[in-house]
Design a protein around this ligand. Sequence first.
Ligand code: NOJ
Length: 743
Amino acid sequence: MKKILLLIIFSFTMSFSQTYRDPNANIEDRIHDLLSKMTLEEKIGQMQQKNLDEMNENVLAEVKAGKVGSFLNAGNIQNIISLQKAALNSRLGIPLIIGRDVIHGYKTVLPIPLAQAATWNPELVRKGAEIAAIEAKEEGINWTFSPMLDISRDPRWGRIAESLGEDPYLSSVLGVAMIEGFQGKSLNSKNSIAACGKHYVGYGATEGGRDYNTTLIPESELRNIYLKPFQAVSENGIATFMSAFNDLNGVPTSANSFTLKTILRDEWKFDGFVVSDWGAISELIPHGFAKDGKEAAYKAINAGVNMEMVSQHYAYNLRNLINEGKVDINWIDKMVGDILRIKFKLGLFENPLPQIPEESTILSDFHKQIAKESAIESMVLLQNTDNFLPLKSDIKSVAIIGSLADSQIDQMGCWNVEGKAKDVITPLSAIKSEFGDNIQINYCKGYENPRSSSKDYFEKAKQIVEKSDAAIVFVGEDYLLTGESHSRAFINLPGIQEDLVLELAKTNKPIVLVILSGRPLTFGSLTNAVKSILFSWHPGTMSGPAISDILFGKVSPSGKLPVTFPRSEGQIPLYYNHKNTGRPPADNQLGRKIGTPENPDGFASYYLDVDFTPAYYFGFGLSYTKFVYSDLQLSRNVITNDDKIDVSVKVTNSGNFEAKETVQLYIRDLVGSLTRPVKELKGFKKINLKPGESQIVRFEISVHDLKFYDINMNYVAEPGEFHLFVGSSSNKYDLLQAKFELK
Ligand code: NOJ
């Protein structure tokens, strides 16, 4: 009797226990407790993410009824507070996770991600994500849909702007730096927000660079290239992933149990959650993978997509699918548990409402300083004939041409969701305010907008250049030409910009080209017409001060390309870590110019009408100084499984400008059971050297760095000969070379 009584008391207390509300309880116990109290409707509610189209009583009522687990685009902080309060007033008081595309900064806009990749500076990238998180969190956002980790080898694809470039190693290192910036030391720290690795996976391999298109990626390529950065952030504790839009080898990624279950959960042991991309579960229908919404829900949930963004096939169909035995309730518990785990880890149950700081951090001087440093380090000097840059003191008047020099919105680039154009300092205004007292600044917009076809401003622009000592001509893409669903078949300068530069060149005045863009562009016809080319990407809020500091020599450019620049679209895809083929072209097959030669010679893998080399190599970027590489040394030339090789190289600043340099290390595995790339980046270090200063830069290569997924998908390092290269770009003429052997 006593026992029964105790049991009744125990069950009674258990059913009223509030373990899930106890911040000191173990998170798994909290999840278990909360799941045990939830109705099926409430569980399905947690799996629904809604876009806040309009704030009204109906939305609040839905939240209060436990029908929404997350919002994106929830608008201002007042909306977020109201939504969270409604969630807290729901039966179990489960807080919402509030998502937003905090892609490159928040209100302080950083350079686009591709530009940040050009910094090759993980610490700066980390800081950028950190200040973005601080600003976003201040306004109630606790989850960003970033970083985008899609390896991008096609500059026609508009979303290359959001990527970290073409290389799996660089993308991994910088992707990890970003999540460390967003998520901080712990997800529940004051300034942390959850990160989301996207778009899982292969989206960047989209056919022909057409957005949302089909991807066909052999498993070895998937594992050795496309999955790498996702694996890196998974191993470093990323909270969430976003499944993508693309069809991967016939199975859309938002219903792909191989990538979502086998790889992500079984192999990598990821225990956060996966949100679908916007409507991606609905898109299983036009993909031809599901006949209706019910089948789409069935396939997506069983593949392991925890949360549905915007479309509502889970909400409408999961109950029936469970009743029909097509979806197991235990699987629903696992899917919901993953979402709750992140909510607990974020500390949302303890601190559901935004904590407004006494003093706002938004657009603070410190944040702008980080944005400026990031912009400076991202810009890549592609050409500097006669060391024309930095502009010298004998220049007393400068013509600034091009409406991109003064268009605030275009400095921000794509995904400037919270950035305000009014907060941007343009190059024209920065140069005027910094140098306007000493140098005469003459401005003409040159073109109405980057895409316009009118030559109305040509004459005026030319006159202005005639009467100036030098011209700085701003060309490139406006912000609307890049980003999601903004692919281009031609990646040249839009509109009449090329004609404008050629026209201005007729003045014989020295011209500096500043190119703003969200992707690599082709501009080969202009290289002889201008002295210098600074590729500045879309630099963000602090574009003007960054460009001005570089042009006038306050700082040397130090960006290096995170992606190969082709000479023409016909070469795409063109990337540095390609395979050698059986017929690699030889150096004496270089030098083909546009136009088919009369006597094509050789049967090698090249074009008859364009050099097989790129316009600019991956890793390339000039400086105002010269760096000399010497004394490449390896601590050993033969290694076995447990050994490491210490690699050292001496880098000397032999010029007279203090500057930063990114020292790059590549390897080549000469023979493999699967053919291996001609080069693979395995390390890099960004250093700062004063004029005349030298530094010994050290790397360590272990057997782990030599591993790859072989034909049986075993992760192995195969014995044999390896080449090792260290230098300033992936171009073989910029590299010192050594050899070693794995026994
Ligand atoms: C669609 C985009 O593909 C994705 O990157 C983004 O995060 C979502 N929309 C939400 O805005």
